[in-house]
Design a binder for this molecule. Structure first.
Ligand code: GTP
Ligand code: MG
Length: 222
């Protein structure tokens, strides 16, 4: 019996106005370009071709929404830190992801995917900071664990634990070898089931793109 028998692609967004209705619960998957986000989504949902994967970094350029079941979504974010895109493109991605984090009420958590061989790069640290400032819980997947020995993987995992907040959960993962898939699915379920985040002062501050009254909130009803 598959974990998500009804899973399907829902929609893509290149702009905050294109997000699906902000209802129910969703968990986003973020990480550097080519880290293995789309592969992780396919492994967790047990659907090989659901999210598009590629050897070429930058395969996922839009925010892709997958419906796990009624009012439950998994969200494939475009990878960050892809050097080959133009500065204005990078800026667009940053604005899009930050706007999504700051405004999205359905967002219950973020799975941050990092290559176990190169964890906690600058952009990863920025993502962890953004999640913290928006009070979005974080689960870290240290993926491509099949590329390291067991002991090297374990020490990488311990190092990331030491370097992150106690609230951040961390695990080894491999989409190719199937390592940690059950644990990752349990983390996804835990995040989806968590009660909605409280509005933080940062979330309402004029420094963020969200307007305080939420009057201009995009995405509801397309
Ligand atoms: N060895 C190994 N390779 C992996 C694993 N997961 C993904 N890859 C490979 O890493 C490359 C990138 O995988 P994707 O899942 O497309 O990565 P992504 O993070 O979605 O990439 P973008 O959409 O470009 O940001 C592909 O060649 C995958 O086959 C893994 O667990 N082990
Ligand atoms: Mg991808």
């Amino acid at each position: 019996m598959p974990a998500y028998p009804q899973v399907k692609f829902l929609t893509s967004a290149n702009d905050l106005r294109q997000l699906p209705a902000d209802a129910g619960a969703e968990v986003a998957v973020a990480g550097r370009s080519n880290a293995g986000k789309s592969s992780a989504i396919n492994a967790i949902t047990q659907r090989k071709g659901l999210a598009r994967t590629s050897k070429t970094p930058g395969a996922t350029r839009l925010i892709n929404f997958f419906e796990l079941g009624p009012d439950r979504r998994l969200v494939d974010l475009p990878g960050y830190g892809f050097a080959a895109v133009s500065g204005s493109m990078r800026e667009h991605w940053g604005t899009l992801i930050e706007g999504y984090f700051r405004r999205r009420r359905a967002l219950r958590g973020v799975i941050v995917v990092m290559d176990v061989r190169h964890p906690l790069k600058e952009h990863d640290r920025e993502m962890l900071k953004l999640a913290r400032s928006c009070a979005v819980p974080v689960h870290v997947l240290l993926t491509k664990a099949d590329k390291l020995s067991r002991s090297a993987g374990a020490s990488a995992e311990a190092a990331v634990r030491r370097a992150t907040d106690d609230s951040v959960t961390v695990q080894l993962f491999s989409a190719h070898a199937g390592t940690g898939v059950i644990e990752a699915r349990a983390a996804l379920e835990r995040l989806l089931a968590a009660s909605p985040q409280v509005e933080t002062p940062e979330k309402e501050s004029p420094a963020g793109p969200a307007d305080p009254a939420g009057a201009g909130k995009p995405g509801v009803g397309g």
